[in-house]
Write a protein that binds this ligand. Structure first.
Ligand code: RET
Length: 261
């Protein structure tokens, strides 16, 4: 497979995933479930567009040292990584407005991570400045981890054991998968160059499918499970239920009256 084949294939996978997410989202019952779904649904759409740009050669620039700089990748990450983090933060905080400064802080650190990563990539091969940008990006990434394993874990625990367990699982999967990105980067043509251009594109494509599609579908399923428990425990306010009659019936356990004999 050539680089272009991989980019086209990933573009199609992302578009198909967006279609599948529409189907998954049809059953959303509460405000929380809807918020999650919207965050995860936008991700493969944006990725599909970014891969379309890269497959057609419009999402790249040739640098002075002859390397290809895929700027579309960083445009994609600068929006999709905040959305993925928002999904996770919604699991822990429920309403993002409750601790909005934490939400903004995490998203801000994440955007700094992506933008400084782009500057590192665009820096001349083997220059000191490249690794300075890379280190700053890793620092911002560390801040995201601190928030996920500190404040946000404590908030999830306050909501009860089910939320804490779902948040913990999603947080750990996300933390491990995301850690592979800076490793691929460091060994790829952007870094020391021991991984080929095609190898690094294939690695990012596989990671993007895992973090956006597989993790996204899994996180939506986890949210659906939590929502079912919340509805059964009558922990969802009427205003937060979607107006579908079936949802009201489920939440209030409305039983059809026995027919009169
Ligand atoms: C870079 C290089 C500089 C150092 C660090 C990086 C981290 C990137 C990450 C990207 C995650 C992307 C995801 C995309 C899919 O949706 C920019 C590679 C720390 C963590 C999850």
């Amino acid at each position: 497979m050539t680089k272009t084949d991989i980019l086209w294939a990933t573009c199609f996978v992302m578009a198909l995933a967006a279609g599948a997410f529409i189907v998954i989202g049809r059953g959303r019952r509460t405000r929380d479930e809807e918020n999650h779904w919207i965050a995860h649904f936008i991700v493969p759409i944006l990725a599909s567009l970014a891969y379309l740009g890269m497959a057609t050669g419009q999402g790249e620039l040739t640098l002075g040292d002859g390397r290809t700089f895929y700027f579309a990748r960083y445009l994609d990450w600068s929006v999709t990584t905040p959305l993925l983090l928002l999904g996770l933060m919604l699991t822990s905080l429920k309403s993002p407005f409750r601790r909005w400064a934490v939400v903004l802080g995490v998203i801000g650190a994440d955007i700094i991570m992506v933008v400084t990563g782009a500057f590192a990539d665009a820096s001349t091969h083997a220059s000191a400045v490249k690794w300075i940008w890379y280190t700053i990006s890793c620092g911002a990434f560390f801040f995201v981890y601190m928030a996920l394993y500190g404040t946000l874990s404590r908030e999830a625990a306050k909501d009860g054991p089910e939320t804490a367990s779902v948040f913990g699982t999603n947080r750990n999967i996300l933390a491990v998968l995301w850690l592979i990105y800076p490793i691929v980067w460091a060994f790829g043509p952007e870094g020391v160059g021991s991984l080929s251009g095609t190898g690094s594109i294939a690695a990012y494509a596989a990671l993007d499918v895992l973090t956006k599609v597989v993790y996204g579908a899994f996180a939506l399923r986890q949210t659906a499970k939590l929502t079912t428990l919340e509805i059964a425990g009558r922990r969802v306010a009427d205003a937060d239920l979607r107006t579908a009659p079936a949802v009201y019936a489920e939440a209030h356990m409305v039983v059809a009256p026995e027919p009169a004999h």
